[in-house]
Design a protein around this ligand. Structure first.
Ligand SMILES: Nc1nc2c(c(=O)[nH]1)N[C@H]1C(S)=C(S)[C@@H](COP(=O)(O)OP(=O)(O)OC[C@H]3O[C@@H](n4cnc5c(=O)[nH]c(N)nc54)[C@H](O)[C@@H]3O)O[C@H]1N2
Ligand SMILES: Nc1nc2c(c(=O)[nH]1)N[C@H]1C(S)=C(S)[C@@H](COP(=O)(O)OP(=O)(O)OC[C@H]3O[C@@H](n4cnc5c(=O)[nH]c(N)nc54)[C@H](O)[C@@H]3O)O[C@H]1N2
Ligand code: SF4
Ligand SMILES: [Mo]
Length: 723
């Protein structure tokens, strides 16, 4: 069912109470996957949404005669509530898309030209195994796996693949492209990715939606926020863009990108000056209050207002609301941590709930991610012990452009000679894409891409291997926006000759085993279903429950820090972090200015948050979703457009020293002055000049977590031609 929550501003599906979930009849009792052989049977198969989205919905796929006819939200899963986003409602269209890669393909043209011919699996795997063997004989670190969260499932994202690369001794990949600045910040403040349980936002009286476009990227949280709103809660959005979410909140504070730490410190200033503090909570459950207090007193609202590009009144009113409303909750999201000071910003905001004692109530506190509650047995799945005594170097996925262009040498190690890419589309999504594309275009780089579609990255492959979609394979999922565990069963047979990622790495291991007995070991033969069984701790999650109802609810406290109990070394909320101090990072939250502040040459700050109908660069090729998004655009404030004689719909050249991206201006009232917004992430090959927004972004990393700073980017804009 396609969701209308966001446009109506009302929930048309009632939110089931959390404790009502028990003992409903399962939809699909059969423990076998539906197969093409099932004659004229109509089945409902329960699965899980694989995407990098905090909601991790439970899916019900209707299968008639072996064909998936529709995908709905599971009404029995409270967090899903029978509702899916527009994207995944189109899952059958994506699965049966005419562009699906259904056979192994071998490159026959120049690198990047996208010219391929079909080959057999055996030919592809034999050749790949031989190439990898030859490289590994010189130095296995010249082989680099590259993957991210195209699917979040443990089996298809981090099981057999990791075993394979660990056995090989390949380079390790630092998976930083999304959330690692915020993750590090939470680690050094709360001791892990822990926070409020999302359903209790429905009981909050004040909700700050901070660096999150919930209607786009966290729709099921938005249901709870709507319920709170109906119960009288005030909703305040803090976002440089007048997002779909901002326009539905009571207030919108349209802050300049990368300045959230200054705002948070000024809020602390006001909490102190007006004594809206919970002294008892601070004394018992926090570390470093005196130091933080001194820091905050350096930030009167006047100072922050000029840094953040907002009014003193906005700051004072926000502080009053936050200091005097109980329970108050913050839905922090990853938008604010994609700038130089992203880690510090998250830490500054994460200190606020302890100051006012918001954690005492289950509807108060903060939620960025709950993934530290995941009961996944990662080490069992990945088997890092297969490395033995070897300690391969680690390459940061966020600087893949520089890494691929590096000739090798001291401090770096061997040049990257082979890259195996799955669950990711780096040529489109990684920063400074001119360098990424040049790296992938290296004739001497051997590239294998496991994919559903001919993405920008697949175009650059030597071999493209057809992968199954979520409707065709087993998997198991934990989440970062709620705390349930979900099982995905295959609803249909693999399309064409597609194989699951785990199967492909099993098969590759079997080919390697012809020359290297280590790859013949039992752990290279574990089936996908058995990997699912091995993925979670049986004490936390009962696999039979997962088989029966598709999800399992973990038994966790309602309010994680009501009585302290932080997961830090001190057991307290660490305002002051000596761990950070040791790393040379400010031990107290600080305002760290953007790398790229406006200059005369590049006076506009560009952010590039997700488009509502895409999932990063996924779904860009699904016709109905693409139609809904239209074409690549740059949202501009009317004044910034007028100063450049740009009218709505004009073709524009967006540029900086790294490159030029051509798209169309959209003067739709969403951008604030001084800031432009290029919603992402389109495929490069669809861009008017063969680029997307990442042509403009840079590879400099955040203050914590070694993450990219996509939203810390200065540009200039020129009119190209009239609409
Ligand atoms: N429809 C859809 N859903 C998605 C995705 C998608 O591509 N499409 N992507 C998924 C993924 S991988 C992720 S990580 C999440 C991302 O989702 P979120 O965690 O919500 O993060 P972003 O979408 O990066 O940014 C959210 C909001 O932050 C704003 N923002 C940008 N810079 C700043 C800043 O400096 N300060 C503040 N306060 N706000 C800022 C943006 O304008 C945007 O409205 O969404 C997931 N869900
Ligand atoms: N400018 C800018 N750039 C950004 C962002 C931004 O906000 N602005 N967001 C960043 C963020 S938060 C993230 S998380 C990254 C996301 O970047 P990626 O992780 O690369 O995500 P996607 O673009 O969705 O690409 C995932 C690919 O995996 C494939 N895939 C899905 N399931 C499977 C499977 O089971 N097997 C195989 N083999 N393939 C599969 C899909 O077809 C798709 O092409 O992008 C980052 N890039
Ligand atoms: S992308 Fe998010 S909202 Fe959409 S179905 Fe998947 S988990 Fe649910
Ligand atoms: Mo992400």
């Amino acid at each position: 069912m396609e969701c209308r929550l966001c446009s109506s501003g009302r929930t048309d599906v009632p939110i089931p109470r959390y404790d009502e979930r028990a003992d409903r009849p399962p939809i699909h009792h059969d423990s076998k996957p539906a197969t093409m052989n099932t004659p004229t049977a109509s089945l409902s198969v329960i699965g899980a949404c694989p995407h990098d989205c905090p909601d991790t919905c439970s899916l019900v796929t209707t299968v008639v005669d072996g064909v998936a006819t529709k995908v709905n939200g599971n009404p029995q899963h409270p967090q899903t509530g029978g509702v899916l986003c527009a994207k995944v409602s189109k899952y059958t269209e994506r699965t049966y898309h005419e562009g699906r890669v259904l056979r192994p393909l071998k490159r026959v043209g120049p690198k990047g030209a996208g010219q391929f011919e079909p080959v057999s699996w055996d030919e592809a795997l034999s050749d790949i195994a031989a190439r990898l063997r030859a490289i590994a004989a010189r130095d296995p670190q010249a082989i680099l796996p590259y993957s991210y969260a195209g699917t979040m499932g443990f089996v298809q994202a981090e099981s057999m693949d990791r075993r394979f690369f660990h056995q090989l001794g390949a380079s390790l990949l630092d998976r930083t492209i999304c959330a690692s600045a915020g993750s590090e910040a939470l680690l050094h403040t709360y001791g892990g990715k822990l926070g409020m349980r999302v359903q209790f936002f429905a009981e909050s009286q004040l909700i700050l939606i901070w660096g999150s476009n919930s209607i786009t990227s966290n729709l099921h949280f938005w249901r709870y926020a709507q319920e709170a709103k109906r119960n009288g809660a005030k909703l305040i959005c803090i976002d440089p863009r007048q997002s779909e979410t901002a326009e539905k909140c009571h207030e919108h504070i349209q802050i300049l990108p990368g300045t959230d730490a200054a705002l948070a410190l000024a809020l602390m200033h006001e909490l102190i000056v007006h004594d809206w503090l919970d002294h008892d909570y601070i004394a018992q459950h926090t570390l470093g209050w005196d130091a933080l207090k001194a820091r905050a007193l350096e930030w009167p609202p006047e100072r922050a207002a000029s840094v953040c590009g907002i009014t003193v009144e906005e700051i004072c009113n926000l502080a009053r609301d936050y200091g005097t409303t109980k329970p108050a909750a913050i839905r922090l999201n990853y938008g604010m941590q994609r700038a130089h000071g992203g880690g510090n910003a998250v830490r500054a905001v994460a200190c606020l709930p302890a100051l006012v004692g918001a954690w005492r109530h289950r509807a108060g506190g903060l939620l960025l991610s709950t993934s530290s509650t995941s009961p996944a047995r990662r080490a069992d799945l990945q088997m890092p012990q297969l490395l033995g005594a070897r300690r391969p170097r680690t390459i940061n996925m966020s600087t893949i452009g520089d890494a691929l262009l590096h000739p090798g040498g001291a401090g770096f190690g061997p040049q990257v000679e082979a890259l195996i890419c799955y669950n990711s589309n780096p040529v489109a999504v990684a920063p400074e894409s001119a360098k990424v594309a040049a790296g992938f275009a290296r004739e001497d780089l051997f590239t294998v891409v496991l994919e559903h579609f001919m993405t920008d990255t697949a175009d650059h492959a030597d071999y493209v291997l057809p992968a199954t979609t979520q409707l065709e394979h087993w998997d198991i999922h934990t989440t970062y926006g709620h705390t349930d565990v979900l099982l995905n069963r295959p609803a249909i047979a693999p399309q064409g000759q597609a194989r699951s990622n785990a199967q492909i790495f099993r098969d590759l291991a079997a080919h390697m085993a012809r020359h290297d007995a280590a790859f013949a070991a039992e752990h290279f033969r574990t089936s996908d279903e058995d990997l699912c069984r091995a993925a979670t701790d049986a004490n936390c999650v009962d696999f039979d429950t997962l088989l029966a109802q598709g999800f399992a609810v973990q038994n966790l406290p309602d309010a994680p820090f009501a009585k302290g109990g932080y997961a830090t070394a001190s057991g307290k909320c660490e305002f002051f972090s000596s761990a950070l101090e040791k790393q040379g990072v400010s031990p107290l939250p600080d305002y760290v200015p953007n790398y790229e502040t406006p200059t005369a040459a590049h006076p506009l700050a560009m952010i590039s948050p997700p488009a509502r109908n895409f999932m990063n660069s996924t779904f860009v090729n699904v016709q109905k979703l693409r139609q809904a998004e239209g074409r690549p655009t740059l949202e501009m404030h009317a004044d910034d457009a007028a100063a450049r004689q740009i009218a709505d719909g004009d073709a524009v050249r967006v540029f900086n020293a790294r490159g030029t991206h051509v798209c169309h201006a959209s003067i739709n009232g969403r951008a604030r002055s001084g800031v432009v917004v290029g919603l992402g992430v389109w495929w490069r090959k669809d861009g008017a000049n063969g680029t997307n927004v990442n042509e403009l972004t840079h590879q400099q990393l955040t203050d914590m977590g070694r993450a990219p700073s996509f939203y810390d980017c200065a540009v200039q804009v020129e009119r190209l031609s009239a609409a």
